[in-house]
Design a protein around this ligand. Sequence first.
Ligand SMILES: NC(=O)c1ccc[n+]([C@@H]2O[C@H](COP(=O)([O-])OP(=O)(O)OC[C@H]3O[C@@H](n4cnc5c(N)ncnc54)[C@H](OP(=O)(O)O)[C@@H]3O)[C@@H](O)[C@H]2O)c1
Length: 280
Amino acid sequence: MHGLRQTFDVTGTYRTRSGAHPVPDGILLDLAAPEDIEAALAGRVYDVIVHAAAMAHPDQCEKAPEHATRVNVDGTDALARWATSQDSFFIYISTDLVFDGRRGNYAEDDPVSPVSHYGKTKVLAEEVVQRHCARWVVLRPSLLYAQGTGRSHSFVDWLHGNLGTGKSVGLFRDQFRTFLYAPDTAMAIVRILRRGVVNEVLHLAGPERLSRYTFGERFAEVFRYPRRLLRAISLSDLNDYAPRGNDCSLRAERLADLGFVPTPVAQGLAAMKAAGEGTV
Ligand SMILES: NC(=O)c1ccc[n+]([C@@H]2O[C@H](COP(=O)([O-])OP(=O)(O)OC[C@H]3O[C@@H](n4cnc5c(N)ncnc54)[C@H](OP(=O)(O)O)[C@@H]3O)[C@@H](O)[C@H]2O)c1
């Protein structure tokens, strides 16, 4: 959002983090109550709505599937309808986990094949957006990393939390993603808006396909955590978690055609380090 605020007049929504929300006039909006969305947004007009809010943790979605459907699908449905009634351009933030991960290197026109409930809700939400919105973009980012807010349970927050207190972490050696430096998302959205892209599905991927373990090695090196704390594990070692594909790496050709160049992982990690991440 910070990246977008440099270029546009931006406001945001929150559900629980009102105190620490980076947008002063953020709007309280609960997607689990889709019937209240219209009232929450009454009187407001937006040229563009970027819908990134979601129940975004696959394991939580697997444990509470009805709630996940309500938030991710019904909530998106209500928001997309409202956006259309306002003639807003709707950008929906989906995920690489719409694919089953059997093959990897997925292009925008490859058929979706989600294996987790989370992935299924994101596919249904993509469909809802395309059905209701006159002007839309579905943007599918890969696994994101960035300097954390200290309020999230992102992958890198989890790495810092464990490695910073001397705890070892198990990282999949057989799960591959095209790790994306999160601020690139804002840059890609700016590019989409400036180039007038509408009614398309776009992939947003980092430039390298890495296993979680290899990413962890690079992360540990940059932040000077002992490498012995990293344990290589396999997806097949875990049974209690949402199903995950082995290789959900994305090919982001459309954005490349638009001249978008994603940040290399070494550069993204260096930027995190320069921002003071890992020193808390
Ligand atoms: N993280 C990744 O690697 C990744 C990769 C691909 C795609 N994505 C997508 O990117 C988006 C953001 O993911 P994230 O990892 O940043 O997730 P996150 O840290 O869990 O944040 C989720 C956001 O959604 C909001 N939210 C959750 N439940 C809500 C509800 N019932 N009503 C309204 N807002 C609600 C939260 O608001 P509060 O904090 O105020 O509760 C929070 O701002 C999601 O759409 C996700 O599917 C993420």
